[in-house]
Design a protein around this ligand. Structure first.
Ligand code: NAD
Length: 402
């Protein structure tokens, strides 16, 4: 326990996420020890943390003394042994099951006996990562979003073996760190990465069918939906390789669920090295002198594109609630705080009206004859019972067909 009375926090993995989480914990008053197997990564993380603190001080968000105090709370360690006595450990190493298992087993040997152990995995199973621990009851997922200091959401993900007390501790800790925690079921994509799939997938489908080009789809989502970025702009920012891998992982993890079927167009982009901003070209050309294409549709086409993607998103959110991954309230919170959607999707669906959402999905399903467009049972129930999606979701599974 640190002098502040707050537990010492160990972070393993000093990459993009580990460095950010270390800063969050130190800003909340914890003494932090940051470890990475790569000395260069550790030094780079230290540099990024110093820069971030200096920026905050320059903008007047912290005094110079506060920035120095926060920085001084973060120590770096070349070995895991330095995590001895940590009361909270968050693992943020590379996204590989075996590596994470190994790291957490080693952490368990040095951390305090009742330490809270968490993984920041985006796509692996929490149960699978925790399986090798001698006390998996104190382990769960704490999924921060990038950049960790700026993004409010943390998905708290208990595994089958996590004790309820551990969930309460993680939720309390996330709140004390100024975050908004939501509890998610240990299913692929948790809440945000699952519900957001149609934002990319349906946009790619519209492109593949030749209904509209990338610039027109992006314009429609911003103009009529109020999204900060269009799907193609966002895929270019995330990186087509990363975005494609998430979709492909979800598709396989759900045993071929057609809603998550990856796009061959995006696969070709990855194969051709058109990864987006980081490679200089993706759906758009970011190289010097490149001219940005203009949207080519009229308002009617724009509104239709937006509606098609929106009803798929609403359906996905309703389905996540139907399967108990999240609650209506937390589904909406997750999408507004985790990926800055202008509105929660269940609320949005309720504004349009569940019957209108269902009509549109049924029309798409009839036109294409594809399971991809099947409506969630929760949406059908809301329409049948004349309630909102939010109410139908809060009432649980009563009324399902069996
Ligand atoms: P990163 O590649 O930036 O950093 C990973 C770090 O882990 C590297 O510095 C590497 O040297 C270190 N590492 C690898 N094996 C190690 C070991 N055995 N012991 C100690 N250190 C080791 O990756 P990242 O983007 O920070 O992602 C880390 C985790 O967070 C992953 O599980 C990822 O899925 C998850 N995540 C990433 C994002 C994101 O947007 N980048 C968002 C949420 C969650």
């Amino acid at each position: 326990m640190a002098e502040s009375g707050k537990p010492r926090v160990g972070i393993v993995g000093a990459g993009t996420m580990g460095g950010g989480i270390a800063l969050v914990a130190a800003a909340a008053g914890h003494s932090v020890v940051l470890h990475d197997a790569d000395a260069g990564a550790l030094a780079a993380a230290r540099g990024r943390i110093e820069q971030a603190l200096a920026r905050r001080a320059a903008r007047g968000r912290l005094t110079v003394e506060e920035a120095e105090r926060i920085g001084s709370r973060i120590g770096t360690a070349a070995g895991l042994a330095d995590l001895e006595g940590a009361g909270v450990v968050i693992e943020a190493v590379a996204e590989r099951l075996e590596v994470k298992r190994e790291v957490l087993r080693a952490v368990e040997r040095v951390a305090e006996r009742d330490a809270l152990l968490a993984t920041n995995t985006s796509s692996l199973s929490i149960a699978g990562i925790g399986a090798g621990l001698s006390d998996p009851g104190r382990f769960l997922g704490m999924h921060f979003f990038n950049p960790a200091p700026a993004m409010e959401l943390v998905e708290v993900v208990p595994a089958l073996t996590t004790r309820p007390e551990t969930v309460r501790r993680a939720v309390t800790l996330a709140r004390a760190w100024g975050k908004t925690p939501v509890v998610a079921k240990d299913t692929p994509g948790f809440i945000v990465n699952r519900i957001a799939r149609p934002f990319y997938g349906e946009a790619l489908r519209i492109l593949d069918e030749g209904i509209a080009d990338a610039a027109t789809v992006d314009w429609a989502m911003k103009e009529f939906g109020g999204f900060r970025m269009g799907p193609f702009e966002l895929m270019d920012l995330i990186g087509n390789d990363v975005n494609f891998t998430v979709t492909e992982t979800m598709f396989h993890a759900f045993y071929g669920e057609p809603r998550y079927r990856p796009s061959i167009t995006q696969k070709r982009m990855v194969e051709a090295g058109r990864l987006g901003r980081k490679s200089g070209i993706g759906f758009y050309d970011y190289r010097e002198g490149a001219v940005r294409p203009r949207p080519s549709g009229d308002e009617e086409l724009g509104r239709r594109i937006f509606r098609r993607i929106l009803v798929m998103l609403v359906n996905e959110a309703a389905d996540a609630v139907f399967w108990g991954v999240t609650t209506p309230e937390e589904a909406d919170l997750a999408m507004t705080k985790g990926v800055n959607y202008p509105k929660g999707l269940l609320r949005w669906g309720d504004e349009i009206g569940p019957a209108a959402v269902l009509d549109e999905l049924d029309r798409l399903r009839a036109d294409y004859g594809e399971e991809r467009y099947r409506a969630s049972p929760l949406l059908r129930r809301a329409v049948r019972e004349g309630t909102t999606l939010t109410e139908a979701g809060m009432r649980g599974k009563r009324g399902g067909s069996c």
